[in-house]
Design a protein around this ligand. Structure first.
Ligand code: ADP
Length: 200
């Protein structure tokens, strides 16, 4: 597997903005959020396992996952979350490894909002935190998604605190200005990762 950079940050911190920039430099990006959706698509073994464990009610008539019903079930039965994650997390990890291995760019970016929380950083050689104040996170996420401030605050509270992520990350970029300011900080890191990937 080539050199893997783990890219993380809280909601609205600018992870996607950063990973889009890396993609523009010709770097392959594996997105853990996309993988999490792919592994429960119709016909995927993880979806069959979920159906077997929970029952047919987890499927819509068209055979797709009834996300809303499953979300409500988990909300009412906290232990069900562990069972669900016992099915999904290994499938997500396997698929991430497959995609990282298949990538052909000089190095690969694994972008994940829960890089540290789900131990996905173990799959990486170096980690980069896109950091922003809570105020900026809320401002950006609410502009992007039209979600209300309470919803975004709840998501922030469920994620690992900023200070803990700062301690764990190898590199930190503070995304507190214009997008150009973000890109200017990413450029020297990109050159450093290219050099490290070359050494590997
Ligand atoms: P994340 O993927 O971490 O949730 P995004 O990269 O989607 O965050 O950023 C959230 C929103 O804020 C997006 O609409 C993005 O274009 C915008 N954004 C990110 N960084 C900046 C910045 N430095 N200046 C202005 N807008 C930004």
């Amino acid at each position: 597997m080539s050199f893997v950079l783990g890219l993380t940050g809280g909601i609205g911190s600018g992870k996607s903005a950063a990973s889009n920039w890396f993609e523009l430099q010709g770097i392959s990006v594996v997105d853990a959020d996309i993988v999490a959706r792919e592994i429960v698509e119709k016909g995927q073994p993880a979806l069959s396992a979920i159906q077997q464990y929970f029952g047919d009610w987890v499927l819509l008539e068209n055979g797709e996952l009834n996300r809303r019903a499953l979300r409500e079930h988990i909300f009412k039965h906290p232990t069900a979350r562990l069972a669900l994650e016992g099915i999904t997390h290994p499938a997500i990890r396997l698929s991430i490894i497959q995609q990282l291995t298949a990538a052909t760019s000089p190095y690969v970016v694994l972008v994940s909002p829960l890089l540290f929380e789900t131990n996905q950083h173990e799959l990486t050689h170096r980690t980069l935190l896109i950091d922003a104040t809570e105020q900026l996170q809320i401002q950006r996420a609410s502009m992007r998604d039209g979600q209300n401030i309470e919803q975004i605050q709840k998501i922030i509270q469920a994620q690992m605190p900023r200070s803990a992520k700062q301690k764990l990350a190898d590199d930190i970029v503070l995304n507190d200005g214009h997008l150009d300011h973000l890109y200017m900080q990413l450029r020297p890191l990109h050159l450093k990762y290219l050099a490290e990937a070359e050494k590997k």
